[in-house]
Design a protein around this ligand. Structure first.
Ligand code: SF4
Length: 331
């Protein structure tokens, strides 16, 4: 798909033609300009040539049918992965914001592939449209979008914000901003900027360790943005927005899942509107997942300390669609 020249092609026509074309793409989720019969044939022909609606993709589905992962090939041949998670009450698309990632987190397959380029806003919206089209055929819709796929969203800030505007557009995909979340490895400038946005999107921080020494081992970015700075930025964000912040904590056996570490985590998380989400580690080559029993003990410590704690359901492991497993390619 390439919508870059949509405005340009239609600039010579009355403005309602652009409105019709956008409705066809974002609202009616059309896959072929030829079927957009509200537009005259010659406009359809020009759009089919310069703004194709086909999405070049390969999709896998998990054995339980709850997860779909798509590898999308972009106009320059770069590939990104995007995931649909089907919950009983919602359908969440996990969007990639970059091709690869420069952050190099030790537990993450994307980090191990290095950084190629930022995605444009259209390329991020395309990932949502891809699954919106599939769900439409099942009389369902995308209800939530999380920027938790490949890449660090705050290092592609402006394009991510433009993508959110398009995803949020009432005349288009119409996904409410409260149903959109951004997850960061802790880019302080991004947290500060988001605090000043009028958008009501949710913020999540990939934490994964209760202290700087362990966090720096797992996440090189911690050397640049230590915990103290991240938590100060989060406190300012909460003071300005009055919104909850989710701290994600990947449970890695023998690395960050001891009772002492749970107690240390409880200490720094004991603040209003802080929430902890414990995430099962998914194998990417180096570490092992914590046992269910250890996760439960870890969780008990947090809950007893009064920390609001949730546990993320495991999604799409069989097709490498789970957290930290996305790379450019299927298989
Ligand atoms: S966890 Fe996120 S920030 Fe870290 S390397 Fe992976 S994609 Fe990049």
């Amino acid at each position: 798909m390439n919508l870059n020249s949509l405005d340009k092609i239609l600039s010579a026509h009355p403005s309602f033609r652009l409105t019709q074309a956008k409705k066809a793409v974002f609202c009616d989720l059309m896959e072929d300009w030829d079927e957009v019969t509200s537009l005259p044939k010659e406009i359809r022909g020009a759009l089919a040539k310069d703004c194709p609606l086909e999405i070049d993709s390969a999709m896998q589905t998990s054995a339980d049918g709850q997860t779909n992962k798509a590898a999308i090939t972009l106009a320059d041949g770069a590939r990104v992965e995007t995931v649909l998670m089907r919950y009983a009450e919602r359908n969440t698309v996990c969007v990639s914001s970059q091709v690869g990632c420069a952050m190099g987190c030790d537990y993450c397959a994307t980090g191990q592939m290095g950084f190629t380029r930022d995605l444009t806003a259209d390329e991020m919206v395309e990932q949502v449209i891809f699954f919106a089209r599939i769900l439409k055929k099942e009389n369902k819709r995308v209800s939530n979008v999380v920027f938790m796929g490949m890449g660090e969203p705050f290092l592609n800030y402006d394009n991510v914000m433009a993508a959110i505007d398009a995803i949020n557009d009432k005349n288009g995909l119409n996904i409410g901003s409260r149903h959109i979340a951004i997850s960061t490895c802790g880019i302080v400038e991004g947290i500060k900027k988001l605090a000043d946005e009028p958008k009501q999107v949710s913020l999540a921080i990939s934490l994964n360790a209760p202290n700087d020494s362990l966090r720096s081992e797992l996440m090189a970015v911690n050397k640049r943005y230590p915990l103290k700075n991240i938590l100060r930025a989060v406190d300012d964000y909460i003071a300005k927005t009055k919104r909850k912040v989710m701290f994600e904590y990947l449970m890695i056996a023998g690395v960050n899942d001891s009772i002492e570490q749970a107690k240390a985590l409880a200490k720094i998380m004991a603040k209003p509107l802080y929430m902890v989400n414990l995430i099962p580690y998914n194998f990417t080559g180096k570490y092992k997942a914590s046992s269910a029993a250890q996760v439960q003990k870890f969780r008990d410590v947090l809950v007893e300390a009064g920390i609001y704690t949730t546990q993320r359901k495991r999604f799409g492991r069989g097709i490498k669609a789970a957290c930290g497993q996305l790379v450019a390619g299927l298989g």
